[in-house]
Ligand binder design. Structure first.
Ligand SMILES: [Ca+2]
Length: 297
């Protein structure tokens, strides 16, 4: 009798232990899978440069039309100084400056620049505008880290020539913008991947009210030696006049494909043993999670 009680207790203990082991295995799998999936999908940077509905709605050519300079962190950086003089509260005009605007025509009432809006489409949506200067100058950069080796990423930016080809004072003496968009290894500065715009032609008017935006995009793959990267938008023109362009909707998106199922061990174990049940449960949970994530992706 005593032996039977011991036996029942032992069996109950074994069942409880097995249930706890299975539960903990499921928790560990769930935690690890969630962490892995979160890590793979962690890179998602989309920069619209914001918007404002309180700006003057007429061409005023004063500093009130300017949005703020790029924030100290989170919005990227520029080697160009911001074209604003806080002392006199005026726009600084000239080659080598950048501006956050909703319309190039707001910068000055010169018809040589298009009267057109941003790419995002927000009311009062901002873009960054550059008075291009010096070949090789980095107009915009954004650094990001934590890339997952083996995962794919796509980089994209919309760029427009802001010149108005129909303007009477567009005498053809202005250089077309010519830009490189590239990803560099932030640890070594080596170029990983890039796309060239070539000479971007000017348009004779807005396109549905917007600047004549063109998307430039490419993909790249992270590796053990590429876990920190930097997106750079580089001006390729030395001309003193022209090379005036705008950028908008910069994005870097990680490939969020689900991880493959956990491999079943090569050496089978008895299915009715605790280890066999754990292995079977882990495999079923892993495969089920993978199928659910595939269905969602
Ligand atoms: Ca925008």
């Amino acid at each position: 009798m005593k032996a039977q009680i011991y036996s029942v207790r032992t069996q109950s203990f074994n069942k409880i232990s097995l249930a706890l082991l299975l539960a903990s295995t499921a928790l560990i799998w769930s935690r690890d899978a969630a962490a892995q999936e979160a890590q793979i999908c962690s890179t998602r940077y989309v920069q619209t440069f914001g918007s404002s509905t309180s700006l003057p709605q007429t061409t005023t050519s004063n500093a009130a039309v300017l949005g703020p300079a790029l924030a100290a962190s989170g919005e990227g950086e520029s080697t160009y100084p911001y074209g604003y003089d806080a002392g006199t509260n005026t726009i600084i005009r000239g080659a080598g400056y950048y501006y956050r605007l909703t319309n190039p025509r707001d910068h000055q009432s010169w018809t040589g620049w298009l009267d057109a809006t941003d790419h995002t489409g927000d009311t009062g949506g901002y873009f960054l505008m550059y008075d291009g200067y010096m070949a090789g100058s980095v107009a915009y950069s954004y650094e990001f880290s934590g890339l997952v080796a083996g995962s794919s990423y796509s980089a994209s930016v919309w760029i427009a020539n802001i010149f108005n080809a129909a303007a009477e004072d567009d005498v053809g003496g202005y250089a077309a913008p010519n830009i490189t968009v590239r990803i560099v290894n932030a640890d070594t500065d080596a170029v990983v991947s890039s796309v060239e715009t070539g000479n971007i032609p000017s348009a004779s008017g807005p396109v549905n009210g917007k600047l004549p935006w063109t998307q430039y995009s490419f993909s790249f793959q992270a590796s053990p030696s590429l876990t920190n990267a930097r997106l750079e938008i580089v001006n390729n023109t030395n001309a003193p006049y022209g090379a005036d362009f705008a950028i908008d909707d910069v994005s870097i998106i990680g490939d969020c494909r689900p991880a493959p199922p956990v491999a079943i061990p090569a050496h089978p174990v008895p299915a009715n043993s605790p280890l066999g049940l754990m292995t079977l449960a882990t495999s079923i949970l892993s495969l089920g999670g993978w199928l659910i994530r595939r269905r969602r992706s």
